[in-house]
Design a protein around this ligand. Structure first.
Ligand code: DLZ
Length: 158
């Protein structure tokens, strides 16, 4: 249910292009994996629903969200990859790790996208609590993995 496009109120599906020949890289953080797996499933289902071929979707795991940037670069450098979707969950703790990780990932993914001139999508769920993250991974606030995939498709239509 959370993967339905009807939940994508901010995206206009009529703008979406034919993606049957497009290749997608998913980079998924293992940290908070019970949640990132749901984000990944949402992204995958959304791509397939829009016509991407299963064999054109490449999922790669990285240890934590901090490594999303390098994982994205490993994929983006391949000419045949059209878009990269990065998924992670960073939950605030007692230290400032969340700040450091989120800023590093935001800046890093921006750089990778600009360097390779292809969509590199920031699908990082950054919350204060585990429950808020679950709400955004198939819960009451939808699934950010779905939105990340939709963003990639929309950008490919440019
Ligand atoms: C170390 C760390 C911490 C404290 N918290 C998170 C988190 O909430 N979400 C996440 O994806 N990763 C976390 N990590 C791991 C870092 O992203 C990274 O994998 C390690 O610091 C190794 O570079």
């Amino acid at each position: 249910m959370a993967t339905s496009l009807q939940h994508l109120s901010t995206y206009d599906a009529s703008n979406f292009i034919d993606i049957s020949q497009k290749r997608f890289g998913l980079v998924v953080a293992d940290w908070n994996r019970e949640i990132t797996d749901v984000l990944s499933a949402g992204a995958y289902d959304t791509l397939v629903k829009h016509g991407a071929l299963a064999e054109h979707i490449f999922r790669n795991s990285v240890p934590g969200s901090f490594e999303l940037t390098l994982g994205a670069q490993f994929l983006a450098q391949h000419e045949e990859i059209d878009a990269v979707i990065c998924l992670g969950v960073v939950i605030q703790g007692e230290t400032k790790h969340d700040d450091y990780i989120c800023h590093a990932v935001a800046q890093g993914l921006t750089q990778v996208g600009l360097k390779y001139n292809k969509p590199v999508i920031f699908g990082l769920v950054t919350t204060n609590t585990l429950e808020q993250a679950q709400d955004r991974a198939g819960g009451k606030h939808g699934n950010k993995g779905v939105e990340a995939a939709a963003a990639a498709i929309q950008m490919l239509g440019f």
